[in-house]
Design a protein around this ligand. Sequence first.
Ligand SMILES: *[C@@H]1O[C@H](CO)[C@@H](O)[C@H](O)[C@H]1NC(C)=O
Ligand SMILES: *[C@@H]1O[C@H](CO)[C@@H](O)[C@H](O)[C@H]1NC(C)=O
Length: 281
Amino acid sequence: MDIISISSSLFISKTLSSNFHTIPTFFFVLVVLLLPFDKHILMEMRWRNICVQGAMLGLLLLCFSLLVSAQTLDPLEVSALKAIRRKLKDPYKNLWNWKKKDPCENEWTGVICTEDDDQDAYLHVQELRLLNLNLSGKLSPRIGNLPYLTILLLNGNQISGPLPEELGYLPKLVMFQVDQNHISGSIPKSFSKLKKVQHFHFNNNSLSGQIPSELSEIPEIIHILLDNNNLSGYLPPELGQIEKLRILYVTCASLLQLDNNNFGGSIIPDSYATMPKLVKL
Ligand SMILES: *[C@@H]1O[C@H](CO)[C@@H](O)[C@H](O)[C@H]1NC(C)=O
Ligand SMILES: *[C@@H]1O[C@H](CO)[C@@H](O)[C@H](O)[C@H]1NC(C)=O
């Protein structure tokens, strides 16, 4: 008997300490077990009142702990995803399940959430993988309201319109791929604030204007792919000084057209000469 009671109390204390849920469940089960016997065993009204109060408390705690632990996506990010969806056209209904209640719980296509950690009451969007889904329409500036995003893949769709400057407000973004779309407008200078980003894959779009020299402020960038766009102006010499840059693809023909005097006939600045990097002409 002793061993059983010791081990069971050990078990209870262990589960109590390891799982917050167990406390209210324990209360609840205790009361449910006791209530039917109250006439025979617990003769005093006082006891019954204590039981009823305990049951209420247990139920309340259970509800509270369920509320706290049923982790759902941060409501700000849910509304950002809905705004992103509204700006996109989806003729093949690849985003059919983006109507379901919670993007994490209901596993919306292409939405990958953070692991349930106890730091925060909510989950967050960690990755958005919407590649090759025949999506058209435009990119909502509300993409900038997904602050935990590390991977953004929108390649191989027919998305048009500009890259919102709000995309530069994603402090954790590492992979940024929008190649093979119909994106136009210029590359926002705000992208220089993406301190973690390693990959810019913007090739095969309709981007125009000057490549911002501010991109050289991105410490971690490895790949900048800008080929097959309508960029003009010159190739900023500063990009040649990015320590980690390994691949820079640009279509130099259009750059050359507008600005062929800037570098004495050569459009590739000297700063690129010493680097083991690839520039596609
Ligand atoms: C995309 O569109 C093509 C036809 O244009 C179709 O064959 C293909 O199945 C579509 N893919 C998806 C994922 O919707
Ligand atoms: C990108 O555009 C070039 C030129 O139009 C084309 O040859 C190439 O196939 C395209 N790449 C992809 C992956 O679509």
